[in-house]
Design a protein around this ligand. Structure first.
Ligand code: AMP
Length: 452
């Protein structure tokens, strides 16, 4: 039994005084990538300090705890909630002492050969402390016969497969590395005399860091005091960037893979309007995930945009709850329509995706109960037909409504007057065909086999 890292956020701060505080603020802006646990490890050059716990960033840390995380470098992590193990042991960073000293690591992504590697390590006598695939790395590094950490990291990543945007912190250095496919994002910025690495650029905005560039697929960047960051292309790049980052996961104020998430989402809405126009009185988003695409749909179609559904922000994401009954209740707790606005109206409702179909079904119902004349659902991603093995938390294939039902059947299930999804071609037109994407959850083409 082991768990995967799923969608998470990672940050690294190097050569900036009070590094932990900057890591804290960076994690705060990346909270949407994981709400289950948070942690920071810092180094003062002599020793690594660590605090991690279950909960949101603001719950895990206070002034007192941050003060103990001394030093000019730090790595941080927020972990996404999964149905499996949720003990504090499964929070990151993972910290270890080994023959070269001390190390802490943070990881976003899933390793697709984690089980195989873990079983081999256990057979060789390794004792695991956590259920996380990331712990494999620590063991591989500790067992490598190379003299320097730098070579040991390279040695170790050659034994793992799948998705990883990872940051390692030793007492004096920091190493940021991205898998050859570049599934998950990882960007780099300048801050004072030091550097910041983070999952999304919105973290840079908050702490006043200046974006430099993305860490490239297959690249490792080494940060060392009084030296320029050193780049090593460990693997031949084979880019398959996660298109779902644009659809749902990233914050709209971030640039992901060099493009504005907001811009891409507006374009998706425009494409949807071109592909699936409908006569209606207003376009309304499912907040917050459908807002930018709904604006695009409205601009392209000329149908007015209205915030017809209000979201209660103090409820966690509906996905988090493990049982169906609670999920249903939570949709009602979270979203409420504005009756006066929608009564008697023909609505185009935009959301980013349909996973199990629960949310859309409830939304159609609350809108119809509130007096909507027609509800036309438009989805700014193609039907989700398969799970993600690389770090987006999707349920098993059986639970994905589009894996077994036709669009007509899904329309009947959710009770909408019409339903349409953006086409794969429309999606690619929105993101631009200058980058290569992984769309495994939509087209079944998985660039790395899942061996777990
Ligand atoms: P469902 O009710 O299962 O069909 O879930 C669809 C809703 O979940 C949509 O409103 C999406 O915005 C949201 N969603 C899609 N993918 C994810 C994900 N990986 N994690 C959390 N929420 C998601």
């Amino acid at each position: 039994m082991f768990s995967l890292n799923e969608k998470c956020a990672v940050v690294g701060i190097f050569n900036v005084s009070n590094a932990a505080k900057y890591a804290y603020y960076s994690l705060f802006s990346l909270q949407h990538r994981g709400q289950e646990a948070a942690g920071i490890a810092s180094s003062d050059g002599e020793k690594i300090y660590i605090t991690k716990d279950r909960g949101l960033v603001t719950q895990v840390f206070d002034e007192k705890k941050l003060k103990k995380l001394i030093g000019d470098s730090a790595v941080g992590h927020t972990r996404y909630s999964t149905a499996g193990e949720d003990s504090v042991l499964d929070a990151q960073p993972i910290f270890a002492r080994y023959d070269l000293g001390q190390i802490a690591v943070v990881h976003n992504g899933n390793l697709t050969n984690a089980k195989e590697v873990r079983e081999k390590l256990i057979k060789e006598g390794a004792i695991f402390q956590t259920f996380m695939d990331t712990e494999n790395l620590i063991h591989l590094i500790a067992r490598s016969d190379k003299e320097h950490l730098y070579d040991r990291i390279i040695d170790s990543v050659k034994k793992i497969e799948g998705a990883y945007s990872m940051i390692f912190l030793s007492r004096k250095k920091m190493f940021a590395i991205r898998d050859p496919y570049g599934f998950r994002p990882l960007s780099m910025a300048k801050l004072e005399d030091g550097y910041v690495v983070a999952s999304e650029t919105c973290a840079f905005d908050l702490i006043g860091a200046e974006y430099i560039r993305d860490i490239k697929p297959g690249e490792m960047v080494v940060f060392e005091k009084d030296k320029e960051p050193r780049s090593i292309q460990v693997f031949e790049p084979n880019p398959h960037k996660c298109i779902f980052e644009y659809i749902y996961f990233a914050r709209p104020d971030s640039d992901i893979f060099g493009k504005s998430v907001y811009d891409v989402r507006v374009k998706m809405g425009r494409e949807l309007a071109k592909e699936y126009p409908v006569e209606a009185d207003m376009v309304i988003p499912v907040p917050d995930s459908g807002i930018a695409a709904a604006l695009g749909y409205s601009k392209e179609s000329g149908i007015p945009f209205e915030m017809g559904i209000v979201r209660n922000h103090y409820v966690g994401r509906t996905f988090i709850e493990p049982t169906q009954e609670i999920r249903d209740l939570k949709v009602k707790m979270k979203l409420n329509p504005i009756k006066e606005l929608i009564e008697g109206k023909r609505l185009v409702v935009i959301d980013d995706s349909i996973v199990r179909g629960t949310t859309s079904k409830k939304i159609v119902k609350i809108l119809k109960d509130a007096g909507a004349k027609e509800v036309h659902m438009r989805i700014s991603s193609p039907p989700t037909t398969g799970p993600c093995y690389y770090g987006v938390d999707t349920p098993t294939k059986d639970e994905l409504i589009a894996s077994s039902k036709t669009i007509q059947e899904i329309r009947d299930f959710i009770g909408a007057n019409s339903l349409a999804y953006i086409s794969i071609e429309g999606l690619i037109r929105s993101v631009g065909d200058d980058l290569s994407y992984c769309m495994g959850c939509f087209d079944g083409n998985y660039p790395v086999p899942n061996k777990n």
